[in-house]
Design a protein around this ligand. Structure first.
Ligand code: IPE
Ligand code: IPE
Ligand code: MG
Length: 246
């Protein structure tokens, strides 16, 4: 894991937002379009949100693009999604570098079709110096599998603390816990997303379908987040960095 001290400082001080980008298929079929067109429109929404996030106080943005359970979908849809992700990773590098974004991909890589793992490696290497936003895209991701794999490594990791175990789960050092998880399309579940990192995340569910999600929707979600009182088990409002260890 390469270190980028400047981004780490920015990310520690700003919000970590996770988004379950749901509703592409329904958005498309309601318009008489193929589900693939919905996924294509979803990529446009990713562009909008990545661009808007830094100005809205977000330092880390984790986007759920493909879950380990999404392999259950028809082969044609899986292939189309993988092709789309490969194009996104290849075509987006220039814009990410221009916007000073660091991209990392979380999830398993060993089951991805040829070409995707190398596209991921190229995009990660090209954006490694980004200091404005840490964009994490979850592909073949399962929070339970990430925890399970960390547990397997923990056996030889020596003295274990929550922080050390979190590093094993995330593959990062001191990644900020998730402050806010947004899910689009009206579904109200986590579908195996950031179960450890989101232990105290605020949850925001919106009826908006992912292909329609834009900077204003992100601003609405963050405005609702800022109205919440986070207590972390205590009786008064606390910022995550003020929470005392027990
Ligand atoms: C989210 O949209 C994208 C992925 C899960 C890959 P969906 O494809 O789940 O869209 P709906 O839920 O069927 O509308
Ligand atoms: C969750 O959406 C995964 C992603 C958005 C990538 P799904 O559409 O796969 O989740 P379920 O099946 O409705 O829980
Ligand atoms: Mg869905």
């Amino acid at each position: 894991m390469q270190s980028n001290a400047s981004l780490e400082a920015v990310a520690a001080a700003r919000l970590h937002v996770g988004i379950i980008m749901d509703g592409n298929g329904r958005w498309a079929t309601r318009r008489g379009l193929s589900r693939l067109r919905g996924h294509e429109a979803g990529v446009e929404a990713i562009r909008r949100v990545v661009e808007a996030a830094p100005d809205q106080g977000v330092g880390t943005l984790t986007l759920y693009a493909f879950s380990s359970d999404n392999w259950r979908r028809p082969k044609a849809e899986v292939t189309a999604l993988m092709t789309l992700l490969r194009f996104y990773l290849a075509n987006e590098i220039e814009a990410l570098v221009r916007n000073d974004v660091r991209l990392t991909v979380i999830g398993r890589r060993d089951r991805l079709p040829d070409g995707i793992a190398s596209a991921i490696a190229r995009a990660e290497a090209a954006t490694v110096d980004g200091t404005t936003l840490h964009l994490r895209i979850a592909i073949d991701y399962s929070a339970r599998d990430a925890i399970l794999s960390a547990a397997a490594h923990a056996a030889t990791a020596g003295q274990l603390t929550r922080e050390r175990f979190a590093d094993l789960i995330t593959g990062e050092t001191n990644l900020r816990d998730v402050d806010l998880i947004i899910r689009t399309s009206g579904e109200k579940r986590l579908s195996d997303f950031l179960l450890w990192e989101g232990a105290y995340a605020e949850l925001h569910f919106t009826e908006r379908m992912w292909p329609e999600f834009d900077a204003d929707d992100l601003a609405d979600a963050l405005a609702s987040f800022h109205r919440r009182e986070r207590r972390f088990g205590g009786l008064t409002a606390m910022a995550p960095e003020e929470v005392p260890n027990l």
